[in-house]
Design a protein. Structure first.
Length: 459
């Protein structure tokens, strides 16, 4: 293959090339993702049932399986311009270091203060809350990227932001907490003693360091019990994946400029929002039979929702206050082992991606954290960017695929999502640098224990 146009190290779109609409991949899916269920009645959640939890406009987006394109409001376009378009980078230096004939591209979403793609959805959720005249929003955060993004977005629109931060992160990442407070958010370690569910979890599991599932339950409880508040979530939900399609749409527009078609598209998967956002426009072509792509989700071997989970209805949170979602899940009781440092620790997965995966339209791989940090270090040394551990899962598999091309001589084009930077993950990097990072893969028995607690839903 000859390159007709010299491809620059970075392809930037201009500000007027930022997409003006999000793409809703559900519109092109023959098998739609399963609906959220009311845990009491086991009937699909209606608009009215979801309204006390989420803003009206976001409920509409959550339930909309048919509208292919949804306009991005002007105020959000303005905010996007603060840090978008994000660059699409040709990883020339990595290719050279690997000695691969593969062509590697990555879409870099870490170039904003929150350090990740999460701001793309945070700003949307804060906007609709403001527009609906609400006072504030509550949420959970694990590693802290989502909480930071939402704090920034809430400050921009002048609404309150209450963050329940998984206790272990609250203690290990004091600087993340201070970034959030600088943007005006209140940050509470979870499980706290401020909520009914927090008190119960603390009583049942004394000394617990918390989990995302607990923090979600607390944030939902506070939102539904406080006048003028709604809960917002940074991943998993259909609406979040919709907002994140700005990543894929920009990536595709940049590639199209140079007539580049990726063969393989790779993304890390925690709850699935960046991966879903990156692949949506490509998946749309695949679903419509226009093109084919190999799509790979990468997850930690210590929290393997796709590769070892069950496709079943499950609770989204530990306190079982949220609707049930049908997804690949390890069970809402599942907590990754304490040595797991690489993020992506949520027990479930986006219902949209779960359905696509179940239909064989994408694949998934799990990788161990020491090999993830090896890839992170190799990438940092040649490409300059210090990657987030989460993003480094995608780097790992991109490198593996590029090395396969080296063996076979294939000149595949690989696109992966580089979701963020790792400046707040230096405790994990330190473990890796000191050679004390370990891997842990849950046993079948451990997984079975949490599968046994899946709700019984016969449909
Ligand atoms: C939150 C986060 C992820 C994982 O979330 P998804 O919803 O699966 O995208 C990945 N990378 C970074 C940097 C994150 O902050």
């Amino acid at each position: 293959m000859s390159e007709e146009k010299k491809i620059p190290y970075k392809i930037y779109l201009s500000e007027d090339e930022i997409p003006r609409q999000w793409y809703n991949v559900r519109a092109d899916m023959k098998n739609k993702p399963a609906p959220l269920l009311n845990p009491g009645t086991l009937k699909p959640m209606t608009f009215d049932e979801l309204r006390p939890v989420f803003c009206d406009e976001l409920v509409k987006q959550e339930l909309d399986d048919t509208t292919p394109y949804i306009d991005i409001p002007e105020e959000i376009m303005d905010f996007y311009k603060m840090y978008r378009p994000s660059p699409l980078v040709r990883a020339y230096f990595l290719e050279k270091a690997l000695g691969t004939p593969a062509k590697i591209y990555y879409k870099f979403e870490g170039n904003n203060t929150s350090g990740s793609h999460k701001l793309n959805s945070a700003i949307v959720q804060a906007y609709y809350a403001k527009k609906q005249g609400l006072k504030g929003v509550t949420t959970e955060t694990g590693a802290g990227q989502w909480g930071t993004a939402l704090s920034m977005a809430s400050a921009y629109f002048g609404i309150d932001c209450k963050v329940y931060m998984v206790k272990v992160s609250y203690e290990q990442k004091p600087f993340r907490r201070e970034v959030m407070r600088t943007y005006g958010a209140s940050v509470t370690p979870s499980p706290s003693m401020e909520t009914e569910i927090g008190r119960k979890i603390n009583a049942d599991h004394p000394g617990t360091t918390g989990s995302l599932g607990c923090a979600i339950s607390e944030a939902v409880e506070v939102a539904t019990h406080t006048e003028g508040y709604r809960y917002v979530l940074g991943s998993v939900l259909n609406q979040v994946l919709l907002h994140q399609t700005v990543i894929g749409l920009e990536a595709k527009a940049a590639l199209d400029k140079y007539d580049i078609t990726p063969d393989v598209i790779i993304g890390c998967a925690g709850g699935g929002s960046n991966l879903g956002g990156l692949i949506s426009p490509f998946m749309g072509e695949k679903l419509r039979g226009e093109k084919d792509y190999q799509i790979i989700a990468v997850e930690p071997a210590s929290c393997p929702s796709f590769t070892r989970g069950k496709y079943a209805y499950d609770f989204c949170d530990t306190g079982m206050v949220c609707p049930l979602a049908k997804m690949y899940t390890l069970g809402s009781n599942f907590i990754p082992s304490a040595n797991h440092a690489g993020g992506l620790r949520y027990h479930g997965m986006s219902p949209i991606l779960s359905q696509l995966y179940d239909d064989g339209l994408m694949e998934a791989r799990s990788v161990e954290q020491t090999s993830v940090f090896e890839a992170a270090q190799q990438f940092a040394r040649v490409e300059g960017i210090l990657p987030a551990p989460e993003s480094s899962h995608a780097i790992r598999v991109a490198i593996d695929e590029a090395l396969k091309c080296k063996e076979t001589g294939e000149e595949k084009t690989i696109l992966f999502g580089l979701t963020g930077t790792g400046y707040f993950d230096m405790v994990a990097y330190q473990k890796f640098n000191d050679g004390v990072m370990t891997d842990y893969i849950p046993t079948d028995e451990e997984l079975q224990k949490s599968f046994d607690a899946l709700p019984k839903v016969d449909l």
